[in-house]
Ligand binder design. Structure first.
Ligand code: NAG
Ligand code: NAG
Length: 373
């Protein structure tokens, strides 16, 4: 399709939109709302996410995948017990398999080395606040990153964790180098995936981490580790795995700051916004393959659930839903401006499997490290 045709599609929509808000005299012939044809939706998708395909056959194939994804999004919409909306996303022209290969972390689903869980103190029993959102604290959370064609969610989440913990503990805002984690890591597999602890081991081995500004993200693993070239801006002493109790995780988050979690990312391909409330059937908690940064929690206002099931007016649920707030590394165009929310209290998508955080601070001496096996 020629670009001018695409443009006029957009223009027509725009005019229709404008017309609704203007006086009758100004109104173009208003055909009234009608469902957009699949092809039109696909064209809008292509414009919005700048997608073009090499030939008509490929275009047809992608349109077919797109149609299947929209049907899948509709099913998820019906199954979801929370407030999530599923639909057109930047990944709507990818098969589930492609999505997994492009964004999943192959290694995270492998056999994890045994890392002991902190049982933690019993202090937490007291009070877990009802809400917590570290995005509201200036200088704690850096901008949403885009991992591009590099399976480095593990490094991005670890960097986000170190930045946040450093800012909270040392009252100093830093943005650390993900590229250093990719170029210098010996345990992980660079842009082919890794565990979040591979990143921490690299930070320990390099005695700190350079800044993103000095050692910026390239989207591919560099030929050489350039750790020695730049001064360090943040250090860690060690890293720990937290309890799998979601109340304890919330308490740790509220008192110490953001941590990393590894989840099953299956539902995120079609996710637009809202709180995902999955079940072990819709999102297997054992099959975790994506590392993200947990930055807060809260609960939805007691409003009617969108769920279509509640047909009789009596059964409209006015329950509120507790959720986690997570920072993803798929750019700010995805989800809720780069973030998403998962139900809190049901081990949604395996969120309690690997709750891990670094403990920041300058170590007294260089530590000997080795890759876990
Ligand atoms: C759109 O994609 C093409 C490659 O397919 C690229 O050259 C161009 O820079 C992109 N434009 C934007 C605005 O991202
Ligand atoms: C630690 O760094 C040295 C180079 O300074 C490297 O040879 C070694 O493989 C690294 N070890 C790990 C576990 O990353």
């Amino acid at each position: 399709m020629a670009p001018t045709v695409l443009l006029s599609c957009l223009l027509a929509l725009l005019v229709a939109g404008l017309a609704q808000g203007t006086k009758d005299s100004f109104r173009v012939q208003d055909p009234g709302p009608r469902p957009l044809e699949l092809r039109e939706v696909f064209t809008l998708f292509q414009i919005q996410y700048n997608r073009s395909y090499s030939n008509p056959a490929e275009h047809a194939r992608r349109l077919d995948i797109f149609a299947r994804n929209l049907a899948q999004a509709q099913r998820l919409q019906e199954e979801d017990l929370g407030t999530a909306n599923f639909g057109v996303t930047p990944f709507s022209d990818l098969t589930e398999e492609e999505f997994g290969q492009l964004y999943g972390n192959q290694r995270a689903d492998g056999k994890a080395p045994s890392v002991d869980r902190e049982t933690g103190s019993d202090e937490w029993e007291g009070s877990v606040p009802s809400t917590c959102d570290w995005r509201k604290a200036p200088g704690v959370i850096s901008s949403v990153k885009y991992q591009e064609n590099c399976l480095c969610c593990w490094a991005m989440a670890a960097a986000g964790n170190i930045e946040a913990q450093w800012a909270i503990k040392h009252k100093e805002s830093v943005e650390v180098s993900v590229q250093e984690l990719l170029d210098c890591g010996r345990c992980g597999d660079g842009c082919r995936g890794g565990y979040v602890w591979d990143a921490y081991i690299t930070v320990l081995n390099n005695s700190g981490l350079a800044s993103e500004k000095n050692y910026p993200f390239q989207g591919v693993v560099g030929k050489k580790c350039q750790a020695k070239k730049y001064k360090k801006v943040a250090w860690i002493q060690d890293f720990i795995m937290l309890s799998d109790n979601e109340q304890k995780i919330a308490w740790y988050l509220a008192t110490e700051g953001p941590i990393t979690v590894t989840i099953n990312m299956k539902l995120l391909q079609q996710y637009k916004n809202g709180v995902i409330r999955a079940t072990p059937t819709t999102c297997d908690p054992q099959h975790v393959n994506h590392v993200v940064l947990l930055v807060g929690f809260g609960k939805t206002k007691s409003v009617e659930r969108r769920r279509a099931k509640a047909v009789s007016s009596q059964s409209h649920s006015r329950q509120s839903t507790q959720y986690w707030i997570l920072k993803n590394s798929w750019g700010a165009n995805w989800g809720e401006e780069g973030y998403f929310r998962l139900h809190r209290g049901s081990n949604a998508c395996g969120i309690t499997k690997y709750p891990i955080t670094a403990r920041v601070g300058k170590p007294d001496k260089k530590q000997r490290v080795s890759c876990p096996r």
